[in-house]
Write a protein that binds this ligand. Sequence first.
Ligand SMILES: Cc1ncc(C[n+]2csc(CCOP(=O)(O)OP(=O)(O)O)c2C)c(N)n1
Ligand SMILES: CC(=O)[C@@H](O)[C@H](O)COP(=O)(O)O
Ligand SMILES: [Mg+2]
Length: 636
Amino acid sequence: MTNPPLTPTLDRVNTPTDLKALSDRELHQLAGELRAETISAVSETGGHLGAGLGVVELTVALHAVFDTPRDKIIWDVGHQCYPHKILTGRRDRIRTLRTKGGLSGFTKRSESPYDAFGAGHSSTSISAAVGFAMARELGGDPGDAIAVIGDGALTGGMAFEALNHGGHMGKRVFVVLNDNEMSISPPVGALSSYLTRLYTGAPFQDLRAVAKGAVGLLPEPFQEGARRAKEMLKGMAVGGTLFEELNWNYVGPVDGHDLDQLLPLFRMLKTRATAPTLIHIVTKKGKGYAPAEGAPDRGHATAKFDLVTGKQVKAPSNAPSYTKIFAQSLIAEAERDDKIVAVTAAMPEGTGLNLFAERFPRRCFDVGIAEQHAVTFSAGLAAGGLKPFCTIYSTFLQRGYDQIVHDVAIQRLPVRFAIDRAGLVGADGATHAGSFDVGFMSSLPGMVVMAAADEAELVHMVATAVALDDRPCAFRYPRGEGMGVDMPDCGVPLEIGRGRIVAEGGRVAILSFGTRLAEVLKARESLAQRGLAPTVADARFAKPLDRELILRLAREHEAIITVEEGAIGGFGSHVAQLLFDEGVMDRGFKFRSMVLPDSFIDHANPEDMYAAAAMNAPQIEAKVLEVLGVAVAKRA
Ligand SMILES: Cc1ncc(C[n+]2csc(CCOP(=O)(O)OP(=O)(O)O)c2C)c(N)n1
Ligand SMILES: CC(=O)[C@@H](O)[C@H](O)COP(=O)(O)O
Ligand SMILES: [Mg+2]
């Protein structure tokens, strides 16, 4: 009897409960439709395509077998969660992905009960899963915890902290290691080659062997025998698994696109696992969409694209990106100084260091998703007499803060921190905002902290960092294109702790730190129509402050307003501290500090995010009027 024709199944799935009614054959069909829907949606929104395509079958299998949201799936990084969102009641909003008021591009607890744990930064899922599992053991929420972590995220140190602890606790918790031999770029590190040996040394095992592999699942009397047999086999094949040595049952490797393996395996594990269990699946990033499969980043991040050709639709650029300017400047400096080396934590393309590596392959280091190691490795490079540029996005640098304090600042080692993605970054939202680096860097004794107001300033700050050999320094710059300003032929080191007057004026002095300067100048133009012309200065340095400039401005004006793309505790706070400590505020001097609000700003385009932060030209203008007590007719 031939099978009846399958009707579209995705239309019949609103929540994972609906999956339970589908036959395995229908689940295969569903996976195909889910992949097509994911591709279609991302072609309209742009976003992280490749990772999600790699886990379509896994997503179907996990939601079909486990009882979500009672059982919690914790997606590491969360960039692969689009199929998960489509299956968990958000298909109708999937085309609002990463837009103002739309779905987040990562998992987010406030968005859905099926998003058990928020993500965005990598390597956190196993810690969270072990936490959920222990909460269950102590009478907290019931249900299983299943972390899904990629081979890239597994290079993050905290993943091993969690494996170590979870193995020690010995409670039932699942980790699905999604091994696609990709990070954003091809993965680096010994772990990656180890994982590959786990399956090239022993080709895909059929389910029976895989099941037997999980000795912890067998009835006790058979376990010892199976364990010995297995250790012998593994010893012959790949020498046992790292995970088993940490007291995790290791199951794998399994074809992560084969529902005929995944479904029975998860059903068996769900009924029989009694201990920490790691399932090693092998997948392909970008699976099922040729333009993604064929892309160097396997479709990791994509703009909107033509569904048929895969051709991305990118807005025309008016000026090179800050990232590109940084990379080109560093290359130019490195041509003249062979002590300059560069370090990235798994973001060679994002930081532009892929360009540096092409020119200086031996002087560029990708340490994997390991920001803590990146910082202290850079400290070692500096202690060893080199000039390391530790190049990390502001938000990811948060991961290595103790290393900055303990290994760099206290030892006053001349590590240069190139802090990309400073300020609000747009579609990646709050988890990726570069809001805090000014605060956490400028509170450190001896640290020099700079912010480029435009791409020409960035070139000079790279040169300044090269020349600064007696202490650590940091310079920050935003995501996206420069202002299109005239570029210098080469960088000229700035005088440390010196700002610059950009426009002379009176009554109010606006002291800008970073690229909000463009908005400040727009506000000044608008104020001119009211006969007001504030002085505008570019601080350049949050540490050391230009005391002379600030105190002179205070003497010559009624008020100072500071503006920075950062949270409280940064540049403005230091200026306020100076004005108070110098007694300037004793005489009724007026001071305002424009910083990011004390809240996390959701994803949108940067312009809208800065509007939400009240830091665009109109709000800067309003602040000047407010501090001068100029009544402003409320806009109708
Ligand atoms: C702490 C941290 N550093 C860097 C990143 C940037 N990042 C996002 S995804 C990714 C690669 C993840 O690789 P993997 O875990 O293998 O997932 P895949 O994309 O292959 O599915 C990186 C480096 C991040 N999100 N968090
Ligand atoms: C998922 C992740 O964390 C990275 O892919 C990040 O989204 C990159 O950000 P940029 O797009 O600013 O390079
Ligand atoms: Mg990967």
